[in-house]
Design a protein around this ligand. Structure first.
Ligand code: C5P
Length: 281
């Protein structure tokens, strides 16, 4: 095999609880995370030199997590191979959907396969977390309870499919900024019960899921970016239950069923740069 074509899925946070802070400033989290049907597309092939070609606007090559992931893997294993990576972006940047991390995870998995490196999931996660706290989850196939700074992942049994409307309001939110704002401004964060969330998601209990959809970063991010609150209101107005994903800016609305999600997406289409009916995977 000399070329691999891959899809890298975006993620949502059904919940995001901040439990504390490490000395290095990273936050200790507890989150229920799942992938959704929004994908970047990548191809990997052996090449004379390392290169990255992409469609859409991205930071320059060295800053791109996909190429960084390959260069890190290469360094850690002392490899001499070179890879050409092509990347087609669909996942909004700065949207709280782990767009960069999922590309990096796909490159790590793909290189492992293409070059027969024999690395386990745990090996890849250990390398991945050095580049981004969401990468260990992005390497997994199933929903997960994610803890620590993102490096402790417990795979959960597949949930029923949930129908969502995802909205990108057209602004990017910086993750370091969001955590700093939380440290400065957050007051009495609500209690987040991830055990109950997992039970609700497993059982397909939409009402109980809604009660447990909470994100400790949401209030501070909305106070700086009111457009995110407006997106939430619009989804609520159509009967969906909205939550900001990760550190924002995307909001997903949980629908009661597929029909409601399709109708809401049609209704809201055109109001923001991305309005999409999706489902969990
Ligand atoms: O690891 P990642 O690049 O996703 O994190 C971006 C920034 O978000 C970190 O530099 C840190 O400021 C903040 N962060 C944090 N606690 C986490 C994950 C990220 O404070 N668990």
């Amino acid at each position: 095999m000399d070329c691999l074509i891959m899809k890298a899925a975006a993620k949502i946070n059904w919940s995001l609880a901040i439990l504390g802070r490490r000395e290095d400033g990273y936050h200790l989290l507890q989150m229920v995370m799942q992938k959704i049907s929004l994908f970047d597309k990548l191809s990997l092939s052996l090449n004379e030199q390392d290169s990255l070609a992409f469609q859409g606007s991205l930071p320059d090559n060295q800053e791109n997590l996909a190429l960084k992931a390959w260069l890190l893997l290469k360094k850690e294993l002392g490899l001499s191979d070179c890879l050409k990576i092509t990347l087609e972006k669909e996942i909004p940047i700065g949207g709280g959907l782990a767009g960069g991390s999922t590309d990096a995870a796909a490159v790590l998995k793909g290189a492992n396969q293409l070059l027969n490196l024999g690395l386990t999931l745990e090996d890849l996660q250990e390398i991945g977390v050095k580049l981004g706290a969401d990468i260990p989850f992005c390497l997994m196939e199933y929903p997960a309870l994610v803890e620590g700074i993102g490096e402790k992942t417990s795979s959960l049994k597949a949930f029923p499919v949930y129908h969502l409307v995802l909205i990108y309001p057209g602004i990017g939110v910086s993750t370091p900024w969001a955590f700093k704002a939380y440290d400065k401004l957050a007051q009495n964060p609500v209690k987040i019960d991830n055990k109950m969330m997992i039970d609700a998601l497993t059982a397909g209990d939409i009402n109980l899921i809604k009660q447990n959809m909470k994100n400790h970063l949401e209030d501070v991010v909305i106070s700086e970016y009111p457009i995110i609150g407006q997106v939430k209101q619009a989804l609520k107005g159509l009967g969906l239950f909205p939550l900001m994903s990760g550190s924002g800016s995307c909001v997903f609305g949980l629908a009661e069923n597929e029909k409601q999600a399709i109708q809401a997406a049609e209704e809201l289409n055109g109001r923001w740069p991305l309005v999409k009916k999706l489902e969990t995977i």
